[in-house]
Ligand binder design. Structure first.
Ligand SMILES: CC(=O)SCCNC(=O)CCNC(=O)[C@H](O)C(C)(C)COP(=O)(O)OP(=O)(O)OC[C@H]1O[C@@H](n2cnc3c(N)ncnc32)[C@H](O)[C@@H]1OP(=O)(O)O
Length: 215
């Protein structure tokens, strides 16, 4: 079966992690990577950077399938901008699930979202568009994850939680059952979130407490 060519947009560390998922899932062949123009001709995990940011518009005319592979910690703005640019030009952002991950048939996954190796998405979970469900993350039953969120490595979003758009939940953080994380929050690595959060705010620690507002 021939595999559709796929362009990866962003050639940093997160791109390497997505490449592991693309190769293992076997649905697409990686046609190239888009990064800053100075990196054209270099390689990421054996795949060439074929174009710079400014050429993305043109590439959307030549290829159908794209994934945003820029990472996301402090802000999801770059990932969100690239997602909307690709979509506005008619590009398709597929969902991708690593073969070692488990995604319930009763869960939903928005376009451009990637579930990385050994992650688990349980029944009734709803994941928005352009999300990263990173390696070994757990999204439990009926949890809702908004658009452009990054649930980082081994983070746990428990049952009935709601994580709004543009959030980052750090490595090994735990969001307790039924908690709402408001939009554009950062949850520090290892935090244990036991209370609902305010938007645009960093919370960290166990129990997680207010640390600062985010511009
Ligand atoms: C494959 C992958 O790599 S996936 C990505 C994995 N990466 C992570 O999980 C990110 C880890 N980083 C964090 O958790 C950070 O908290 C971030 C990036 C969310 C925020 O960082 P910054 O905006 O630089 O926060 P900053 O350093 O200003 O910290 C503000 C306060 O919160 C505290 N703080 C920040 N993060 C944490 C944390 N994880 N746990 C406890 N306290 C923390 C700081 O000590 C500081 O406290 P103080 O005001 O009492 O001195």
């Amino acid at each position: 079966m021939s595999r559709e060519p796929l362009i990866l947009v962003g050639g940093g560390g997160h791109c390497k992690s997505v490449i592991e998922v693309v190769e293992a899932s076997g649905q697409f062949s990686i046609a190239g990577i888009v990064d800053v123009s100075e990196k054209i001709g270099t390689e990421v995990s054996g795949y060439k950077v074929i174009a710079g940011d400014a050429d993305l518009d043109l590439l959307v005319g030549s290829y159908r399938y794209f994934l945003v592979t820029v990472g996301q910690v402090r802000s999801g703005a770059v990932r969100s901008r690239l997602f909307h640019l690709i979509k506005s030009r008619g590009g398709i952002l597929p969902t991708l699930i690593a073969p070692t991950a488990y995604v319930s048939g009763r869960a939903t996954l928005g376009e451009g979202s990637v579930v990385h190796h050994h992650a688990f998405v349980n029944a009734g979970a709803q994941i928005g568009v352009n999300c990263i469900i990173n390696t070994s993350a757990l999204v439990e039953h009926d949890a809702r994850i908004g658009d452009h969120c990054h649930i980082a490595t081994a983070a746990v979003i428990n049952g009935d939680c709601s994580v709004a758009d543009h959030c980052f939940v750090g490595s090994h953080a735990v969001v307790a059952h039924g908690i709402t994380v408001a939009s554009s929050c950062l949850i520090g690595a290892g935090a244990v979130v036991l209370t609902h959060t305010e938007a645009n705010t960093l919370y960290a620690g166990n129990p997680a407490v207010f640390k600062k507002k985010i511009q």
